[in-house]
Design a protein around this ligand. Structure first.
Ligand SMILES: O=C1O[C@H](COP(=O)(O)O)[C@@H](O)[C@H](O)[C@H]1O
Length: 261
């Protein structure tokens, strides 16, 4: 598992999105050059979608071989197909409808009117099975070793749909769970669990804006993962927090990197 999280602070959320997009393009292109393919886990939320929009607008976006990219999701709002609040709908609008991804390699979580109907547990189990089928002997369990797994950080320190003190954040066996009673609407969701998140090579946590400052400070100051799920998100090789100055404004001085732009 990676050592201490690395923290990079950008001036504002626009620059953060552009810099993170550039970083992601490089990471994907490097993985594709080394192994022929790359795998990325997308997040919902404002910062994740801002990054995808910046990636789509980047002149370097075609450094990615879109047809050789596997896309997964860290969580989903359990709503009907096409609902504008679904994370996959927002990702399609921000980026995926504008680049030549291979539809067979884009793997959203099921909708509430999909093959499992409104049975969120069945939908979560099906996603876990898809992940297990994609994992190989070189991986570290029933999920692929994602190259990059991105997570937005909520003001309450939630990541994916793992909310403080919720049963889902305590899960140690399953890789994907149904979430009931989410404090942030909608109440029913599907989420990767902490063990699945920690299978990723690199985990990137994204937070911008003053409303995220307390969450970033708590999660980076030694809080427990049950109280602050973002504190439990770690990559096997690297854990990277990408912040804007507002979200970094309450970090303890010793954590604030001296030369970020
Ligand atoms: O509902 C969700 O919220 C979080 C954070 O979103 P943000 O808008 O506060 O950045 C997101 O990471 C998660 O994927 C999403 O389902």
């Amino acid at each position: 598992m990676s050592g201490a999280p690395q923290i990079v602070v950008h001036r504002d959320k626009e620059l953060m999105a552009q810099a993170a997009a550039a970083r992601l393009i490089t990471r994907i292109a490097d993985a594709q050059a080394a192994r022929g393919t790359a795998s990325v886990v997308l997040t919902g939320g404002r910062n994740g979608n801002g990054l995808l929009a910046a990636l789509g607008a980047s002149p370097a976006r075609d450094a990615v071989d879109w047809a050789r990219l596997d896309l997964w999701w860290g969580d989903e709002r359990f709503l009907p197909e096409g609902d504008p609040e679904r994370n996959v709908s927002q990702a399609r609008e921000a980026l995926l409808d504008h680049v030549p991804v291979d539809p067979a390699r884009v793997r959203p979580m099921a909708a509430s009117d999909g093959p499992y109907g409104n049975d969120v547990e069945a939908a979560a189990a099906a996603y876990a099975a898809q992940l297990a089928a994609a994992a190989g002997p070189e991986d570290h369990g029933p999920v692929p070793t994602f190259d990059v797994l991105m997570l937005g950080v909520g003001p309450d320190t939630h990541i994916a749909s793992l909310f403080p003190e919720h049963p889902a954040v305590r899960e140690t066996e399953r890789t994907v769970v149904g979430v009931h009673g989410s404090p942030k609407p909608p109440p029913i969701r599907i989420s990767l669990t902490l063990p699945a998140i920690r299978a990723a090579r690199e985990v990137w946590l994204l937070a911008a804006g003053e409303d995220k400052a307390n969450a970033a400070a708590i999660a980076l100051s030694g809080a427990g993962e049950l109280q602050a799920p973002a504190a439990g998100a770690r990559g096997r090789a690297r854990t990277l927090w990408l912040l804007d100055a507002a979200a970094a404004s309450q970090l303890p001085r010793e954590l604030y990197p001296p030369a970020s732009a």
